[in-house]
Write a protein that binds this ligand. Structure first.
Ligand SMILES: *[C@@H]1O[C@H](CO)[C@@H](O)[C@H](O)[C@H]1NC(C)=O
Ligand SMILES: *[C@@H]1O[C@H](CO)[C@@H](O)[C@H](O)[C@H]1NC(C)=O
Ligand SMILES: *[C@@H]1O[C@H](CO)[C@@H](O)[C@H](O)[C@H]1NC(C)=O
Ligand SMILES: *[C@@H]1O[C@H](CO)[C@@H](O)[C@H](O)[C@H]1NC(C)=O
Ligand SMILES: *[C@@H]1O[C@H](CO)[C@@H](O)[C@H](O)[C@H]1NC(C)=O
Length: 458
């Protein structure tokens, strides 16, 4: 009861504060610096209560124009990737790590996690063969979803892989051969062969009823979005037609089963043949020949938002160099601009990172990289732009170092990285809580908010 009263009071306070910000946006006078600083403290205090207030409402994330919204508030994202959650949850001895990663991420203020909802034909497979599931592994995925909700983290669930890890398109082709399909010549037949398309469409994660919560996945607001595939590429058809056709069919298929959730493709974001004037932003000339096409692929009916990945070390040169930083900025800004001008949708940087195994690597370089990404997002956020957020690749809980391929971030080990991450989370939270459609999204243009977003001690 006590808590309830505090919530009401802080809610009223927040309303007044919001009204003030909104009315200031229409010609109110600027506060001086001192007032600003005091205001910031109030704002920070009120956000924490504000988050509590909404505790009982766990609504679907939706798209409005070029923004994500939840409960009439914008939902700008600071999040992370941990791909192996389902596989770890499938074994009692490692299950606790799933809880650990959500707990640690949530303490950093992260609100979205991207993870694999597939494991085809491999060790601890979810799908042992087409449409044949290991119930124990499915229960493990149920656990991941139910645990995410406990920590107020939403999930982007990817449905298949371009790469061979966890099966991927190569496994589908293998299954096709085992079933006697004789005209399969390349792993890209995954995209075009009618039988393999049927296999993909039969992967029934969407209709799964969670054994922990009894909520059907397609009804569960814990799921932020479905991703058709991790990093689809179709090198066998550089025109892009083959992949485009697959995206069209699968986006429609997923939306037909589940109209409530958002859908994204899972692309890395390379510009392709439909936009010769944009290929200059690609990290290399090879990128335009892998059968993907950022603008065209995202104009498909049923695709709600755009995805981009960012790996200067694997795309430009493995040797770490400060010259990668301007690429990071221009790569992101080009996609944000396209999402605003041509796609009218949000764009999420769904993977970005750098490997500690790269020659020339040091942790302050990684912090610079992360800060550059965060500030580029923030510059879009404060204008209410399409830059909807970013997901670190990749966050590991303590004691999983054996999984680290160099990209892993363990928050307890890197305190400077942790404070950069948590500062960004606070800024996103502040923006999300103070701006609403009630004031026509206009408080985001307000000077007070703008200054607060750039105040480093938040
Ligand atoms: C392979 O065979 C299927 C029918 O089994 C057909 O629909 C498809 O077009 C064939 N693909 C190629 C590349 O010949
Ligand atoms: C789920 O449904 C079963 C069977 O109806 C019921 O026994 C169980 O208590 C329910 N669990 C939850 C978390 O609602
Ligand atoms: C870390 O690496 C960057 C990029 O090569 C370099 O500019 C910087 O001086 C290095 N910092 C330290 C502390 O070694
Ligand atoms: C963000 O915008 C500010 C103010 O316009 C500018 O100084 C800064 O360089 C920008 N940062 C990035 C990373 O784009
Ligand atoms: C908000 O937008 C609506 C419709 O665009 C407009 O009628 C209304 O006057 C706006 N309100 C403010 C406070 O600007």
């Amino acid at each position: 009861m006590e808590i309830f009263r505090v919530r009401i009071i802080s809610f009223i306070f927040l309303l007044i504060l919001t009204e003030t910000l909104c009315s200031n946006a229409f010609g109110g006078s600027m506060k001086n610096e001192e007032d600003l600083k005091e205001g910031q403290n109030d704002i920070v205090n009120s956000i924490s209560n504000y988050g509590e207030m909404k505790e009982d409402e766990w609504e679907m994330v939706q798209k409005r124009g070029n923004q994500f919204v939840v409960n009439e508030q914008p939902f700008y994202v600071n999040g992370f990737n941990t791909y192996w959650l389902m596989v770890f949850a499938a074994d009692e001895s490692t299950k606790g790590k799933v809880t650990d990663v959500f707990k640690q991420a949530s303490s950093m203020g992260l609100t979205v996690c991207r993870t694999w909802a597939f494991n085809d034909g491999q060790w601890r497979a979810l799908q042992k063969s087409p449409s044949v599931y290991d119930e124990n592994v499915f229960k493990a995925l149920d656990f991941v979803v139910s645990e995410a909700k406990k920590y107020k983290i939403r999930l982007i669930l990817s449905l298949s892989n371009n790469w061979e890890a966890y099966g991927g398109k190569a496994q589908y082709v293998k299954w096709g051969k085992e079933a006697g399909l004789h005209n399969l010549t390349s792993d890209d037949d995954f995209f075009s062969h009618p039988t393999l398309r049927t296999y993909y469409k039969a992967h029934t994660v969407l209709n799964r009823v969670n054994t922990f919560t009894n909520i059907t996945y397609k009804e569960d607001p814990t799921i932020f979005a479905w991703e058709l595939m991790n990093e689809p590429r179709c090198n066998s058809d550089p025109s892009g037609d083959k992949l485009q056709d697959w995206i069209q069919e699968m986006a429609f298929h997923v939306k037909k089963i589940d109209p409530k959730h958002l859908v994204e493709v899972g692309l890395e974001g390379f510009y392709g043949p439909s936009t010769p004037q944009r290929v200059q932003f690609n990290p290399n000339t090879y990128a335009q020949q892998v059968g993907t096409d950022f603008i065209r692929n995202h104009l498909v009916l049923g695709i709600d938002f755009a995805s981009v990945h960012m790996y200067a070390d694997s795309w430009i040169s493995q040797q770490i160099s400060d010259t990668h930083i301007p690429f990071v900025k221009s790569w992101m800004e080009a996609h944000i601009e396209d999402a605003e001008k041509h796609l009218n949708m949000p764009v999420l940087l769904t993977e970005f990172g750098v490997s500690s195994k790269d020659p020339g690597y040091n942790s302050s370089y990684r912090d610079t990289l992360i800060s550059t990404v965060y500030n580029t997002i923030l510059n879009s956020t404060r204008k209410g732009g399409s830059g909807a957020g970013s997901l670190l690749w990749q966050v590991f809980p303590d004691g999983t170092d054996n999984m680290d391929d160099g990209y892993g971030i363990v928050f307890s080990k890197f305190t400077s990285t942790s404070s950069i991450v948590s500062l960004q989370s606070n800024r996103m939270k502040l923006f999300n809580s103070l701006c609403s459609s009630k004031c026509n999204w206009s408080c985001k243009k307000k000077n007070v908010l703008e200054k607060t977003l750039y105040h480093d001690e938040l």
